[in-house]
Design a protein around this ligand. Structure first.
Ligand SMILES: Nc1nc2c(c(=O)[nH]1)N[C@H]1C(S)=C(S)[C@@H](COP(=O)(O)OP(=O)(O)OC[C@H]3O[C@@H](n4cnc5c(N)ncnc54)[C@H](O)[C@@H]3O)O[C@H]1N2
Ligand code: MOO
Length: 440
């Protein structure tokens, strides 16, 4: 069982700034080695190569409509009353097949995506025609020489309803740059240019666990002194949103042996471990107690609020796996994740931009903040009206308490109050970290 003696830091123990801690975390993580993956396994990863198209898209001139491929001169002056009447010399479906040559006075029925036959200069959509006659026979026309004709009611311009070879992507084009995130449309593009696999930075594998004997899984009865465990859910979701393949281990009781066993099971399986709880000075702060035995995890107090107690280091064979031990208070855990874990995950995933966007906004309320701490208040940010250059506005949501999960869920930003500021008046221009990024 854990020691029941709290280890109290001396009052003059060093405190680290947010920036120092972040710099230490980022200095200890590296982008994961690139791997070649099948397209769907690469979803969410960042490209580790520029993608150059080896062929044209479309690969051949083809029709964008179901209709008739014609020569333009044959439809000059065509009207409903005086249509052009053309001999149908073929029926061209999408896919391979012999193409008829279209000579003067001739047309071929053509389907969307089918190759344009030689001699044709444009396509009359079927709506511009009488639909054609004798078409069943025309399907066999090349073989059977059956007669069929079509009336075209409108002139067809050169290039009408034709998708030209290379008009989408030309051979040699760089279609995606290294660093692009592979979402659905990019995966589709890779397939369209014929790539079956792609070289990417893998998504970091992250294990998320919580500690605390008071924690019960959501859905189970909550007894006296117990609470529903929430950090592992919020942090696993946040890790996934940051680009990790994260799995939730859940709550480990305040028992050093259990914690040790869980940690050792994860080593070799994951690229990063995130814990929450047990990092303060409490008597049952087993995370601290266990991780300090691994020798490479440093516990610090930061000049921030919330999120003062933090642990960070590397554990496992060769001290290879980075571990961030976040404070247990749910808001502290989440904000610590945003400030330190998210950038670490994104750096490991090979992202160029690891930080959330930060803007300045006019705060509509007065604020108070502890001296010497960088405070991160939950806020509601409203951007300026489109086209207006001035800053948007921000209002605090809920109070500064690090247990307030209700307001946290309503917030879309963090309001940053600097270490030197203890109070601000309404109208103050403050930095705001935007939590709802449009896309990665
Ligand atoms: N004497 C002092 N006490 C505390 C200090 C201090 O400097 N001196 N620091 C406070 C600050 S600040 C924080 S933050 C917390 C951090 O404590 P721990 O990391 O040891 O976290 P716990 O004690 O395990 O839990 C704190 C709080 O959060 C709840 N919790 C924990 N895990 C979860 C979870 N997975 N899901 C939901 N809620 C969770 C837990 O029940 C506690 O209420 O220490 C302060 N104390
Ligand atoms: O610093 Mo603690 O993280 O305020 O609640």
């Amino acid at each position: 069982m854990p020691s029941s003696e709290a280890r109290v830091p001396s009052p003059d123990a060093r405190m680290w700034s947010v920036d120092e801690h972040l710099a230490d975390v980022l200095a200890a993580v590296r982008p994961l080695a690139p791997v070649e993956l099948p397209l769907l396994d690469a979803q969410g990863c960042l490209l580790a190569e520029d993608i150059v198209a080896t062929g044209d898209l479309p690969p051949f001139d083809n029709s964008s409509m179901d209709g008739y491929a014609v020569r333009t001169a044959d439809t000059d002056g065509a009207t409903e009353r005086y249509p052009s009447v053309l001999a149908v010399v073929g029926d061209i479906a999408a896919g391979p097949g012999e193409l008829p040559r279209i000579s003067s006075g001739q047309a071929a029925r053509i389907m969307t995506g089918a190759p344009l036959p030689p001699g044709a200069e444009g396509v009359a959509p079927v709506e511009w025609t009488d639909g054609g006659s004798g078409l069943a026979a025309a399907a066999d026309r090349m073989a059977a020489r059956a007669s069929a004709e079509v009336q075209v009611f409108r002139p067809v311009e050169a290039g009408a309803h034709i998708r030209r070879r290379g008009s989408d992507v030309a051979a040699g084009d760089t279609v995606l740059a290294a660093g692009s995130v592979l979402g659905p449309t990019r995966i589709g593009l890779l397939a369209a240019i014929g790539r079956a696999t792609v070289r990417v930075c893998p998504q970091p594998r992250v294990a998320v666990l919580s500690t605390g004997s008071e924690l019960v899984p959501p859905g189970e009865p909550v007894g006296p002194g117990q609470i529903s465990e929430s950090n592992s859910y919020a942090l696993t979701a946040a890790a996934r949103e940051a680009g990790a393949v994260a799995h939730r281990i859940g709550a480990v009781p305040d028992d050093p042996d259990r914690l040790r066993a869980v940690l050792e099971e994860q080593l070799g399986r994951v690229d990063l471990i995130v814990t929450s709880g047990g990092v303060s000075v409490g008597a049952y702060d087993v995370v601290k107690q266990v991780l300090e035995q691994y020798g490479e995890v440093d516990f610090r107090r930061l000049r921030m609020q919330p999120g003062k107690p933090q642990g960070f280091g590397r554990i496992g064979p060769g001290a290879g796996i980075p571990l961030l031990a976040l404070p247990g208070n749910p808001v502290s855990a989440y904000i610590s994740f945003e400030l330190f874990v998210r950038p670490a995950i994104r750096a490991m995933a090979g992202a160029g931009q690891v930080h959330r966007p930060m803007v300045r906004a006019v705060c509509t309320a007065s604020l108070r903040s502890p001296a010497g701490r960088r405070q991160f208040l939950r806020g509601s940010y409203r951007p300026p009206a489109p086209g207006r250059g001035e800053p948007g506005t921000v209002a605090p949501v809920g109070g500064p308490g690090s247990h307030l999960v209700g307001p946290l869920a309503q917030a879309n930003c963090l309001i940053v109050v600097g270490e030197e500021t203890t109070a601000t008046d309404p109208g103050a221009l403050l930095h705001v970290v935007l939590l709802e990024e449009p896309s990665r």
